[in-house]
Design a protein around this ligand. Structure first.
Ligand code: IGP
Length: 262
């Protein structure tokens, strides 16, 4: 079993247990009754022509503990102050040290739209994302069969959430396009082996529709990477580890943004 399969197996058990306490139907009703819509994901990310999604991630299976001194509220604030257009927060505790407490702390301290960064396998999680105040939900193509992916993307849109469909191969790219998602994330990290190469974005971008809003995800660490990716016609980037490893993650974000200067 590779790490992705292991995480997904764990996630199925975890959600089955949560569902025992609060059924998906109840979650759906509560999500439907959730008040004010969340901040507009697309408007924020497209406002300046290139969007930075800055991530809140305590640890990961590939890197171990990334940041010991970890304050999700302070991180979200620093990201907003230093020019991010959205914030991503890990929801998985077992493998990433994240969860709803982190999401809520971040949610309360920023006005930026937030990405519910999770291994989504059930509708329950989509409703939970809506109730948590997320604007967008990650859907990983490698985790969902094509018809599951289509249904999940539809459920997201029905509750006012933007699906961001993550791909890592040409085959998954086709499934992402078929799902009707306008936001497509190209993960530079192979979740099966952890190998991370920005060339993955350069290779897969041309196979996606011109009007797709593409995010390059993972392994981005320099202003030069930003220059390279912008020239490859992506709408934005998702950056975690590089920011979180610096003493001052906000300053590290500002330094990456230098890559947008002519
Ligand atoms: O920390 P990095 O290398 O900058 O990567 C961020 C983000 O792309 C990564 O956390 C990620 C991308 N897709 C995922 C799916 C699940 C968990 C995590 C991820």
């Amino acid at each position: 079993m590779n790490i992705l399969e292991e995480i997904v197996a764990h996630k199925r058990r975890e959600i089955a247990e949560l569902r025992e306490h609060v059924p998906a139907e109840t979650m759906r009703e509560q999500a439907g009754a959730a008040d004010a819509p969340a901040p507009d994901w697309t408007a924020s990310l497209c406002a300046e022509g290139f969007g930075f999604i800055a991530e809140i991630k305590r640890r990961s299976p590939s890197a171990g503990v990334i940041r010991a001194d970890f304050d999700p509220a302070a991180l979200a604030r620093a990201y907003e102050d230093r020019g991010a257009q959205a914030v991503s927060c890990l929801m998985d505790y077992r493998y990433f040290g994240g969860g709803e407490d982190d999401f809520e702390a971040a949610r309360k301290s920023t006005r930026l739209p937030m990405l519910y960064k999770e291994f989504v396998v059930e509708d329950w999680q989509v409703y939970h994302a809506r109730m948590s105040g997320a604007s967008a939900v990650l859907l990983i193509a490698a985790v969902l069969e094509p018809d599951e992916l289509n249904g999940m993307a539809e459920r997201c849109r029905a509750c006012g959430l933007e699906p961001l469909v993550e791909i890592h191969s040409a085959e998954e790219a086709a499934a992402a396009v078929d799902s009707g998602a306008r936001w497509i994330g190209i993960n530079n990290r192979d979740l099966r082996t952890f190998e991370t190469r920005i060339e993955t974005t350069l290779r897969l971008r041309p196979g996606l529709p011109d009007n797709a809003l593409v995010v390059s995800e993972s392994g981005i660490r320099s202003a030069q990477d930003i220059r390279t990716l912008r020239e490859a016609d992506v709408a934005g980037v998702l950056v975690g580890e590089h920011l979180l490893r610096q003493p001052d993650p906000g300053a590290a974000l500002a330094a990456l943004r230098e890559g947008l200067r002519p």
